[in-house]
Design a protein around this ligand. Structure first.
Ligand code: UD1
Ligand code: CA
Length: 450
């Protein structure tokens, strides 16, 4: 038997008011692991091949609409917000003619793994509707899943539950999947006769059971399906994300010296046998190659780090940094938008921005690329094997030739030819005996005044 893959769509609910976040920005645009919750959920939908993704927004969340459009999502407006069932109904027009399976996702639930959603869709091979459930430590206000064997009979919201139903520990994560026709036909029949006076999406389970359809449950862990309603939930989600990443990197052969003090972003890539010291923060878009060592207290973002590279301690790598194999950026070095060639060393206290540095270059302590003139940024180029003396100021645009040697303390304004020595400081002169004469004169003056 050949199985034809059934097309998939996702409806992302993001029209809620999110008052508990206490923010001028909509809740779902707050970041977890360096990207917005909306972008996490969008990625989740794409990772299971959802061909159509509809984002339901309210009139008040114009910021969400703009972000969803940038993510390439189709928009459905829900105004006013009359509950999750009503929100799904508002997405119906956008999916006219769509015949496949649809998953409803909440934009405030960022950490669901693709394989979990894949299991939910997989259940639709034998069930008509599937709900993602979990057993939280505290079931609180979550909807309760009323089951009979492996069948799901109904979802009861906490506010509408009897004491026996409240005692049920299996809860609704919010993720529900069904065939498009079943989903929309059931949502059209949802009523709002409940404690909140809202149209609950969760009622579709009972409605579809009444139609003789089959409802099932897939389970996930609490950390995976946790929803974010407040700043403290946001902190918990961040913690859950960080601990997931730490576990993953260690399992993949990365040494983390003190895992709880090392922070990653959603797209951090680290190769086997790399080592990360304590108290390091890695922002978005960072790749770290094999056997590279990040010493403690570094802040790294937007940087590609090759193999066998040494960074820090106390280094700051900003977007556009490229550290080629065997290069080094030591203590209190800041690098931005610069390529540091193979084996080149910037050992101490330097700022290197808008620069192309060749292979085997040595940059002395205190070197500064003066890249900004108050209006524009300019490029500094340093050829292979050049030696930049300590405390050099390189006034960009400027080009230092291969093998050139810069005397310490130079303010370099002109290009330096290959293999030349550049001296750009005033000549040293001596006044013999001056210090002794000065001290004697000062001592005499002080004695007279006392
Ligand atoms: C919902 C579920 C509950 C589940 C819980 C999991 C219902 C009726 N209840 O409750 O069973 O345990 O999530 O977190 O579905 N939204 C809209 N339009 C609306 C209302 C909500 O788009 O009119 C969106 C919100 O932005 C949010 C999501 O739907 O992303 C969930 O809404 P929320 O009000 O937080 O639902 P809960 O009461 O938490
Ligand atoms: Ca919620």
């Amino acid at each position: 038997m050949t199985s034809v893959k059934i097309p998939r769509a996702a409806i992302i609910l993001a029209a809620g008011k999110s008052t508990r976040m206490k923010s001028a920005r909509s809740k779902v645009l707050h970041d977890v692991g360096g990207r917005s919750m909306l972008s996490w959920v969008t990625d989740l939908a794409r990772s299971v091949d959802a061909q159509r993704i509809i984002c339901v927004v309210g009139q008040a969340n114009q910021d969400v609409r703009a972000a969803a459009e940038r993510l390439g999502l189709q928009i459905a407006l829900q105004e006013p917000q009359q509950g999750t069932g009503h929100a799904v109904q508002c997405a119906k027009a956008a999916l006219t003619g769509f015949e496949g399976h649809v998953a409803v996702l909440y934009a405030d639930t960022p950490l669901i793994e693709p394989q979990t959603l894949e299991r939910v869709f997989g259940t639709l091979e034998h069930d008509d509707v599937c709900v993602l459930g979990f057993e939280p430590e505290d079931a609180g206000a979550y909807g309760r899943l009323i089951t009979q064997g492996d069948r799901l009979e109904a979802i009861v919201e906490a506010k509408d539950a009897t004491p026996e139903q409240l005692a049920v520990t299996l809860c609704n994560s919010g993720v529900i999947a069904a065939g498009a026709n079943d989903l929309f036909s059931a949502v059209d029949r949802v009523r709002n006769e409940n404690a909140k006076g809202e149209y609950y999406l969760t009622d579709i389970v009972e409605i579809l059971n009444g139609d003789g359809k089959r409802a099932g449950v897939v389970r996930a862990s609490e950390t995976e399906v946790m929803g974010v309603n407040s700043r403290s939930d946001l902190a918990l989600a961040e913690q859950a994300f960080q601990s997931r990443m730490r576990g993953r990197f260690m399992a993949a052969g990365v040494t983390l010296r003190d895992p709880d003090t090392i922070y990653f972003s959603w797209d951090t890539q680290i190769a086997m046998d790399a080592e990360i010291g304590a108290n390091t923060v890695i922002g978005p878009h960072v790749e770290i190659g094999r056997k590279s060592v990040i010493h403690p207290f570094c802040h790294i973002e937007g940087a590609v780090i090759g193999e066998g590279v040494q960074i820090g301690p106390f280094a700051r790598l900003r977007p556009g940094t490229q550290m080629q194999d065997g290069s080094k950026a030591g203590n209190f070095v800041e690098i931005k938008k610069a390529v540091i060639g193979q084996g080149s060393k910037i050992n101490h206290l330097s700022y290197i921005g808008d620069a192309q540095i060749g292979v085997g270059v040595n940059i002395g302590a205190g070197t500064i690329t003066c890249n900004y003139d108050g209006y524009n940024k300019h490029l500094t180029q340093i050829g292979d094997g050049a030696f930049i003396g300590t405390n050099s100021s390189l006034i960009a645009p400027v080009k230092i030739g291969a093998g050139a040697y810069l005397g310490s303390g130079g303010v370099i304004t002109d290009d330096v030819p290959d293999d030349a020595l550049a001296l750009a400081r005033s000549k040293q002169s001596h006044k013999e005996g001056w210090a002794a004469r000065y001290r004697a004169a000062q001592a005499k003056r002080k004695a007279k005044n006392e």
